[in-house]
Design a protein around this ligand. Structure first.
Ligand SMILES: NC(=O)c1ccc[n+]([C@@H]2O[C@H](COP(=O)([O-])OP(=O)(O)OC[C@H]3O[C@@H](n4cnc5c(N)ncnc54)[C@H](O)[C@@H]3O)[C@@H](O)[C@H]2O)c1
Ligand SMILES: O=C(O)C[C@H](O)C(=O)O
Length: 310
């Protein structure tokens, strides 16, 4: 199976490294616009084959999309990350043109690929890819919910002082500091609701920390995070290539689901070899429904800024 990742920067290269090391694909192509950069990252990753013990072929390319031909999954991470104090939404002007051009080039060479969109603001970039490529909705997947859910589980595990892998939980809604919806009511520690162990105040703090998880790291690092984002993309690509039918919150085009239409936003999805195989309708309570509607309003507002690109 072949995966192309465009953008060989922090997230793209980390994602390529995770996919190679975890043997998720047989071939990875890394593409970047910076002369020699993707080739350098690919060679560096290749030189870990014997010490880490994998045989995945990793190829780098400076903007030569012929090398990406016949990819099963393509991942778009090209674009600018935010700096401390910025919101993801502020990146729209510069990233929209990059994402649209890259997506069109990818489709020319891999007409059957499933697209995974990572560049921010991710929900709006996913909507742009959906609208400009004209592909069926199952083949355009925005990655944000995997990462937000992993942060949610991390903060729950810290608050509970229990292993993160014993915790289940999902974040739906937009991938933004104020639009994410950590579903604290449904989160569990080995099937037991976390509300049996944490107070309302503690749960509210977990939710608040999760929502600004990306901003916290941007403040600490000076640019946005990459280890958890790269690993999250590899998790999603694994679910697609290995037809895992995992339920993962992803940003997908809605046509009435969750009361919303003509928008890409995070909802629980079954992910397999066809990409989004099903949108799972979970029973939200009234408060969660209201948060989802508010989140969708904000994402839709942001999509309005795309007019010149559609
Ligand atoms: N959805 C998520 O959960 C999530 C998580 C982390 C980062 N992000 C986003 O992913 C994007 C990348 O973040 P990063 O930290 O890797 O940034 P980065 O600056 O390290 O890497 C971006 C790379 O894109 C390349 N690039 C720019 N224009 C290009 C083009 N037209 N074609 C090919 N390559 C091009 C740059 O040369 C650079 O190497 C940002 O927009 C960031 O906000 C999203
Ligand atoms: O925070 C960011 O801007 C990058 C990414 O969306 C993240 O959540 O880490």
């Amino acid at each position: 199976m072949k995966v192309t990742i465009v953008g060989a920067g922090n997230v793209g290269a980390t994602c390529a490294d995770a996919i190679a090391y975890r043997r998720i694909a047989s071939e990875i192509v890394l593409v970047d616009i910076r002369e020699g950069f993707a080739e350098g990252k690919a060679l560096d990753i290749t030189q870990t084959q014997t010490t880490l013990g994998f045989n995945t072929k990793v190829v780098g390319s400076t903007n030569d999309y012929a090398k990406t031909a016949g990819s099963d999954v393509v991942v778009i991470t090209s674009g600018v990350p935010r700096k401390p104090g910025m919101t993801r939404e502020e990146l729209i002007g510069i990233n929209a043109g990059i994402v649209k051009g890259v997506a069109e080039n990818l489709l020319k060479h891999s007409p059957n690929a499933i697209f995974v969109i990572v560049s921010n603001p991710m929900d709006t970039m996913t909507y742009l890819a959906f609208k400009s490529l004209g592909l069926p909705k199952n083949r355009i997947i925005g990655m944000g919910g995997t990462l937000d859910s992993s942060r949610f589980k991390t903060y729950l595990s810290l608050a509970l002082d229990k292993p993160a892998n014993d915790i289940q939980g999902m974040v739906i809604g937009g991938h933004g500091d104020t639009t994410m919806i950590p579903l604290t009511r449904l989160a569990s520690y080995n099937g037991v609701p976390v509300s049996q162990f944490l107070s309302e105040e503690e749960l509210a703090k977990v939710a608040a920390d999760t929502m600004v998880g990306g901003a916290t790291l941007t403040g600490l690092l000076g640019t946005s995070a990459w280890y958890a984002p790269g690993a999250s993309v590899s998790y999603l690509v694994d679910a697609i290539l290995n037809d895992q039918k995992k339920m993962i919150p992803c940003s997908v085009y809605l046509e009435g689901e969750y009361g919303q239409s003509d928008i890409c936003i995070g909802v629980p999805c079954i992910i397999g070899k066809n990409g989004v195989e099903k949108i799972v309708d979970i029973n939200l309570n009234d408060a969660e429904k209201a948060l989802f509607a508010k989140s969708a309003d904000a994402v839709r507002n942001m999509n309005n800024d795309l007019k010149s690109h559609l």
